[in-house]
Design a protein around this ligand. Structure first.
Ligand code: NAI
Length: 797
């Protein structure tokens, strides 16, 4: 007779399938095929096209779904537009009641939603039932709160308008909730397109919205593939696009929306590090890996797909991991004891297989436990690669499957540099029992979310979103609400008069000309020193009558690259306490104040402004520097209240190196209003002053020199704004770009930044009143000068 210990060792679970009858009944009611949900009703697709949706566990059709065409998108956008004013005009608490109703109805239908989600996507029922759907309800509850608070918590802000939302297939209903809940809370209306592989829970949610009495047109759902998504992106009456999906499509959307004035948030791919130090609880870390890379079959944008283990514990960690892998159950996702279901679709499975073959060819050692893999179906075993080179394809590309790539490090510095060796920056997980080590590493990671001694934690109160090519914008929490709001003054700002100033006329430095003597040429300001422009040219700065006032350097691409390099070297600035940065800014304000008369004369000479107006501009510039000096140590982060026994620190981190293109209006105040909040938050900047009136900025060199602004914190390159803007936009080491200038220049910046997906803030060709405190300064500048990193830290046993 086997002993009990042996039985426990070998005992197989019996099957424990979830009854899918409830979902089959629902699908049977829609056997004739689903329509789109437009203006509160289900409507047949205008052109009749439908496609089949498959159950990836058995490869059988589940339903027929409409393929949205231009007519469908048009009808949905029109309905959303008609509904928007009335929805925004509802008192916040009434919008809140609608969102509560949605949350309650989701809870009531939790079982149906979970089963449909699992049948449509293939994720284990344990995950849809215990994670996805409860989080959906949580998002609607949380944002119901924001609906009633939005007027008092976001004074001066307005809803963006009609939002186009495009979501992926990996968390179909959860991604809907992440997008729809904040949009509706803020007073927007929505046209949402679910992914073509997994549209069913969105359609079921539309039924729930109908049942819960959501006003017609507030939520519209159009199904279809990428072509339908592109129609939403391109629709001229959509005010905002929120997208989650692949980086390639994110890039295309960035290009397509450039210059249209559409607000944009992108949540894209990742290759997130999972860092294990030698003092980590290795058993807990192994469970963390399971939750990171084998959760949802690894089809998770923030999956911890790169395991970095401290060398001294690597073998132990790998052994434990392999033993745990052997116990993972891959199979029927409707079975309650299944850990991993099928991959969502054949094309994704092929992609994963391709990467695994590539990994083997690249020389990494591959470990798989395929013994219990079901026959047939789109299943793929949990996979571990060890010994992969950091630069290898499997260590760099997002595989989006249950494939973990492991390598080792020796020191914390090496761990940070390996972790940051990625074009992505979505999430990271850090395992160490030493809290100061874990926090020190977290602070240096380029990632929007860091989980310390935990993994894949989500909550509606906590922002989620990436650095670098993982996109921009946050979803969830206070920070996420800003994606669906816009300052009233920005919305109302009048368009700048389109002007086509003549190109700057280049004169060789030191060449023969009838301009004032060459020693009056202001050079560029790079790394705290005046630098001769690389091309050896300058241009004449004229007064309104065309008389030459002086010469400034004509910067080129090389000058921008040098300035970016100098800015990168000034690493200490971001690490200073806000108090120390404030001291420097106060000093700067005082030094500018001491020379205010000289600056006022300069402005009058350059722009023809009256003495009074020029003095007012200088005084406003001084006040503005004081304002940001005051704020340097006060733009705090937050501790989110996400879960019990968990602190979640929302830290406002500087971007790093920013490019700033300054306006022609208010040449001194415009420059100060953009550069100073950026540096107050710890950024280093490469600034291009007004090309027509640059002398107020070049006169600042001496003020910067005498104010203890460290070398490289402010770099100034004079020249053609739009030529220099392009180089800054395309530069991979410039993390964010602000542009104030003509509309076509702003559009070009947005387009050029699609390559590396940097965050941009342009004036959309609109005039800003720099003298006004409401428009020219404030928290919005500080918010845009930072990105939020959320660090999750559990405590207790
Ligand atoms: P995808 O980016 O093509 O699809 C995501 C959504 O965008 C879907 O709703 C799709 O219909 C829509 N879409 C596609 N082309 C579009 C366009 N030109 N304009 C507007 N909308 C468009 O992702 P796909 O092909 O399903 O997956 C490919 C890879 O993308 C995955 O292997 C993974 O690496 C990555 N991915 C990342 C996700 C994330 O959560 N970050 C989610 C899904 C995929």
């Amino acid at each position: 007779m086997p002993r009990i210990a042996e039985i426990l060792d070998t005992m197989e679970y019996g099957p424990s399938p979830e009854d899918s009858g409830i979902a089959r009944d629902w699908l049977a009611r829609h056997e004739a095929g689903f329509g789109h949900f437009i203006d509160g009703k289900f409507v047949a697709p205008a052109e009749g096209g439908r496609f089949e949706v498959l159950n990836p566990a058995i490869g059988k059709p589940l339903a027929q779904v409409a393929q949205g065409t231009a007519k469908d998108v048009e009808a949905a956008v029109k309905a959303a537009r008609r509904a928007q004013k009335g929805w925004a005009a509802l008192p916040g608490h009434q919008r809140a009641r609608h969102l509560y109703a949605l949350a309650r109805h989701v809870q009531r239908r939790e079982r149906l939603l979970s089963v449909v989600e699992t049948m449509d996507n293939g994720k284990p029922i344990r995950e849809s039932r215990d994670i996805d759907i409860p989080l959906v309800a949580r998002h609607f509850y949380h944002h119901a709160g924001w609906a009633s608070l939005v007027e008092t918590e976001f004074p001066g802000y307005r809803p963006v308008g009609v939002c186009g939302q495009i979501i992926p297939w990996n968390f179909p209903l959860l991604m809907l909730a992440w997008k729809v809940a904040p949009a509706l809370a803020a007073g927007n209306t929505v046209v949402l397109k679910p992914a073509e592989f997994t549209p069913l829970t969105a359609l079921l949610f539309a039924e729930i919205a109908q049942e819960a009495g959501l006003p017609p047109g507030v939520l519209n759902i159009v199904t279809g593939d990428g072509a339908t998504g592109a129609l939403i992106v391109d629709h001229p009456d959509v005010d905002k696009i929120a997208f989650t999906g692949s980086t390639d499509v994110g890039r295309r959307i960035r290009e397509a929306t450039a210059g249209t004035g559409k607000k944009l948030s992108l949540e894209l791919g990742g290759k997130s590090p999972f860092i294990v130090f030698d003092d980590a609880d290795l058993d807990a870390a192994v469970e963390g890996v399971v939750d990171s890379i084998w959760f949802n079959q690894g089809q998770v944008c923030c999956a911890g797909s790169r395991l970095l283990v401290q060398e001294s514990v690597a073998d132990r960690m790998y052994d434990k991991l392999k033993r745990r892998m052997a116990t993972l159950r891959v199979g029927d996702p409707l079975d309650k004891s299944t850990d991993m279901g099928p991959i969502v679709a054949q094309v994704q499975l092929d992609r994963i297989k391709h990467y695994v073959e590539l990994g083997k060819a690249e020389g990494a050692a591959c470990w798989q436990d395929s013994a219990s893999l079901p026959k047939g179906g789109l299943y793929f075993p949990p996979t571990l690669f060890t010994g992969a080179e950091p630069a290898s394809t499997i260590a760099q590309d997002e595989i989006f499957g249950p494939v973990l790539t492991a390598s080792t490090f020796r020191t914390p510095d090496e761990a940070v540099s390996l972790a940051n060796n990625s074009r992505y920056g979505l999430a990271a997980s850090v395992w160490s029992e030493t809290v100061n080590q874990a926090l020190h590493v977290s602070a240096r990671l380029k990632a929007g979310v860091v989980w310390i001694n935990c993994a894949n934690m989500f909550d509606a109160a906590v922002g989620f979103g990436g650095y670098r090519e993982s996109g921009f914008g946050r979803e969830g929490g206070r920070e996420g609400m800003f994606e669906y709001l816009v300052p009233g003054w920005e919305k109302d700002a009048p368009a700048l008069k389109p002007e086509k100033p003549a190109p700057l006329s280049a004169v060789p430095l030191g060449g023969e000309h009838d301009l004032p003597s060459i020693d009056r040429t202001a050079k560029l300001y790079v790394g705290g020193k005046q630098a001769r422009p690389d091309g050896g040219y300058s241009y004449g700065v004229t007064d309104p009558k065309g008389r030459v006032l002086g010469q400034v350097g004509l910067g080129n691409r090389k000058d921008i690259r040098n300035a970016v390099e100098a800015a990168h070297k000034a690493t200490g600035w971001g690490g200073l306490a806000g108090h120390n940065r404030a001291q420097v800014l106060y000093f700067l304000a005082e030094n500018l104040a001491a020379r205010s008369e000289e600056f006022a004369h300069r402005l009058t000479a350059m722009t023809g402004a009256t003495a009074r107006a020029a003095t007012a501009e200088v005084e406003a510039a001084v006040r503005r520097i004081f304002f940001y000096a005051g704020f340097a140590d006060k733009y705090d982060g937050q501790v989110h209240d996400a879960r019990a026994r968990q602190v979640t620190l929302a830290m406002n981190e500087p971007w790093g190196v920013m490019g700033i293109l300054c306006p022609d209006e208010a040449p001194l105040l415009g420059f100060v209003s953009l550069v100073v909040p950026a540096i107050a938050m710890g950024n280093r900047v490469v600034a291009v002053p007004s090309p027509r009136h640059p002398l107020a900025a070049t006169d600042l060199y001496q003020v910067l020199d005498t104010s203890d602004v460290p070398d490289g914190v402010v770099n100034i390159v004079t020249g053609e704004r739009d030529v220099l803007a392009k180089t800054l936009a395309e530069h991979d080491d410039v993390a964010a770009l602000w542009y104030a200038g003509p509309a076509d220049g702003g559009a070009a910046v947005e387009k050029a930044s699609a390559g590396n997906l940097k965050a941009t803030w342009t004036n959309q060709g609109r005039r800003r009143d720099w003298l006004s405190d409401a428009e020219g300064q404030g928290r919005d500048y500080l918010r845009r000068a930072t990105q939020v990193k959320n660090i999750w830290l559990p405590y207790g046993e």
